[in-house]
Each structure stands twice: as structure tokens, then as C-alpha cells.
Design a protein around this ligand. Structure first.
Ligand code: GLY
Length: 383
């Protein structure tokens, strides 16, 4: 195994600042990392899901025990259903029955579902507990574990009930990425490419060369990709924790992507990252139509995402009866709608994204109609 160098950076939020460590073996070092903090807890409760428990819980428990921390663990079912009101209630009752105290910390060991659910439990139980994120998916390592967004889903939509609650520490173990199915790794990669596309053209160029290595499992490339992504997110979150402005840049591709996910029922037919990849291409296409961006920039984005193996338009997806009006109506229910206007992240080019509410809905509708028409032609050609 090559000698891998861990990276460490911090999210600068005054008294609520915290470190993000990225590197190999961090689950095995979690106990020492937590015990080394100035106000370290005596007891921690880990929350994870069945898949992750099989792979990593024993390592975490050993490390907590070695560091002299008392611990319990709760295992929730894997999958989005755990982020329901019912799943949340069950978890809170189990945690409360285990005898929490204000000084007990929670640990979220897993992907985005476990992180969001555990973070929200930490935000509200006993009016607020500290918690540590140990993200095991690429998507969670580069996005959901950083920045303090926590929450659960409602019948009305994803992440509609939640809170900003920052973790005390994030430990992104690069070794965990080796256990991910390729499809999940690819979906997480869309969020990595997002950081290049939204604000860092040189990172995007680096990804054009090394993105395939990230997907093939090159740990050095993975650590650099995760660290650069986290650094970008940490800077944005430090400047705008509660998304009153710049943080919305992190939603590049998400307004379109969420509509696609809603239309496919947030099912395994289309993973979040897969929807974001297609959504980013749509956002760049819209930027070209509105005269902000050169078509070559969209082509470069599309080529890179396709080169690593991500779908870049609807033709690449399982057949769905797409409807432009319906997609637009999903967009209108987005959390980012302000004063009835849709919020879009558009771009002047790779690395030069901006947030706007000045996009005529007719332009969005026309784009969706054209994309759907092109995908119908593509499906015919494939069929
Ligand atoms: N996932 C976008 C954000 O954390 O703001």
C-alpha cells in the first residue's frame, strides 16, 4: 500500500469551529481523535445502518474501547426510509431509553442518511447534543457530513424537517471508499466535480486528468479529491452558514436534479448524485441559452462526467415518461424558492457559478421540453 498522507482542515465558525480529517484508518483512530478533544465526552452512542455496521462497526467499537470511552451502538435499516418521521421517532426513543445525558455525544457512522438522521437527533435530543460525523460514502465525505445540515423527509418532500447543527469533528476515512459499490462511488463523484464546476477551474482540470483514478480506487487521488472538495465547502459554509447567499452555490445542479429525483420517486432508479450530474449539465445548458456561458464549457463538463461513467442526459436513464410541466412543478416546491421565484445556480464558465432568481420560467420550460424531446429521439435510436 502506498504511504498515504492524511489531510486536515477546519471549518471556521468561531466557537463552533471543527476539524475535518481525511485519510486512511480514521475509523480505527476515531476513539483517540474524540478522546483528544479538549472537552471530550466520557460516553458516546454510535448510530449506523446494517450495511455499514457489518463493514466498520467492530473497528469503531474497538477504537472507542481502546480510548477508554464508554459506548453503545444503534443500527437502523439501510436506506432513505430511515429518514422518515417513523424512523426518527424509533431512533429517538431507542437513544433516550439508553439513558442519554447532555454530555453524551452521538456518532454518525455511515452515508448521508445516517448522517442527516443522527445529526437531527443530536440537534433536538435533550435540546442539543454534540456529535461526530464519520462519513463512509463519497457523497457524505464531500458534502452531507460537512456544514451542519441535518434533517429528515416529510410526505411533502426530502429534508423538509431539519436543523442546522454543526458536528464537533468529521473523520473521512478514505479506506471506507474501497467498500463502496461503483455506482455509489460514481454518484458521490458528481458532487466532487460540482466543486470544480462551481468555483475552481484548476480543480476541474485536475479532475479531468485524475477523476478516473478517483473512480478506479486510487487512494492518493481520492484523498486529494475529498480534501479539495471539503476545503471548498468549508470556505463557503464559514462565509454563509445558514444559506442566506453564497452557500446556495453548493446547489449547482440541484434544482434540476431534485425535480428528476422527485419524478422518479427518490428511488434507486436515480441516485441523488446521478441526478445532480444531469442537473449540472442542464444548469450549464441553461446558462448557454441565457447567454452567460460558452457552449464549449458545457461540452467540457458533459465530456468529463461521461468519461468517468456518469449519465449526462435523460437518454442515459431507464425510460421514464418525462413531462416538462411536471418537472417544473417539482421545482416550484423546492426549499430554495424565495418570494415565489425559483433559485438557480448558473455559470459563466467552469469554476464561475453564480446564484440568481432572475430566470424566466418560460426559458426553463423550453429547456426541459427540448431535453425531453432529445431523450425521446435518443431512446428511439437505442430501441
Ligand atoms: N448540500 C448543500 C449544502 O450543504 O449546503
Amino acid at each position: 500500500m502506498p504511504n498515504l498522507t492524511a489531510e486536515r482542515l477546519s471549518v471556521d465558525l468561531g466557537a463552533r469551529s471543527y476539524d475535518i480529517a481525511i485519510g486512511p484508518g480514521l475509523i480505527a483512530q476515531a476513539g483517540a481523535e474524540i478522546a483528544g478533544l479538549s472537552d471530550a465526552p466520557k460516553r458516546v452512542v454510535a448510530v449506523t445502518d446494517h450495511h455499514v455496521a457489518e463493514l466498520h462497526l467492530a473497528t469503531l467499537e474497538r477504537s472507542l474501547g481502546n480510548a477508554g470511552l464508554a459506548f453503545d451502538a444503534f443500527v437502523v435499516p439501510a436506506g432513505e426510509a430511515s429518514k422518515s418521521f417513523a424512523g426518527f421517532e424509533k431512533l429517538c426513543e431507542a437513544l433516550l431509553s439508553a439513558g442519554l445525558e447532555r454530555k453524551t455525544w452521538l456518532i454518525a457512522l455511515g452515508g448521508g442518511v445516517v448522517g442527516d438522521l443522527t445529526g437531527f437527533a443530536a440537534a433536538v435530543l435533550l435540546r442539543g447534543l454534540d456529535f461526530v460525523q464519520i462519513p463512509t460514502s463519497l457523497l457524505a465525505q464531500v458534502d452531507s457530513s460537512v456544514g451542519g445540515k441535518t434533517g429528515i423527509n416529510a410526505a411533502q418532500g426530502k429534508n423538509q424537517v431539519g436543523s442546522f447543527h454543526q458536528p464537533r469533528l468529521v473523520l473521512a476515512d478514505s479506506g471506507a471508499l474501497a467498500t463502496l459499490p461503483r455506482r455509489e462511488l460514481l454518484a458521490g463523484y458528481a458532487e466532487v466535480a460540482k466543486y470544480g464546476a462551481l468555483g475552481d477551474a484548476s480543480f476541474f482540470a485536475w479532475l479531468e486528468e485524475h477523476g478516473p483514478h478517483v473512480i478506479e480506487g486510487d487512494a492518493t487521488a481520492q484523498i486529494r479529491a475529498v480534501a479539495t472538495s471539503c476545503r471548498a465547502k468549508a470556505e463557503i459554509v464559514a462565509a454563509d452558514e445558514r444559506e442566506s447567499g453564497q452557500r446556495a452555490l453548493l446547489n449547482l445542479g440541484h434544482t434540476f436534479g431534485h425535480a428528476l429525483e422527485a419524478e422518479t420517486g427518490y428511488s434507486a432508479a436515480l441516485l441523488h448524485g446521478e441526478a445532480v450530474a444531469i442537473g449540472m449539465v442542464m444548469a450549464f445548458d441553461l446558462s448557454v441559452r441565457l447567454g452567460f456561458c460558452q457552449p464549449e464549457e458545457t461540452d467540457r463538463l458533459r465530456r468529463h462526467l461521461a468519461a468517468v461513467g456518469l449519465a449526462t442526459d435523460l437518454t442515459d436513464l431507464p425510460q421514464v415518461d418525462w413531462n416538462a410541466e411536471r418537472l417544473l412543478s417539482h421545482m416550484r416546491k423546492d426549499k430554495k424558492v424565495a418570494n415565489g421565484r425559483l433559485t438557480f445556480v448558473l455559470a459563466q464558465g467552469l469554476g464561475r457559478a453564480f446564484v440568481t432568481q432572475d430566470v424566466p420560467e418560460a426559458e426553463v420550460l423550453a429547456l426541459l421540453q427540448d431535453v425531453i424531446a432529445a431523450s425521446a429521439l435518443g431512446q428511439q435510436a437505442i430501441g
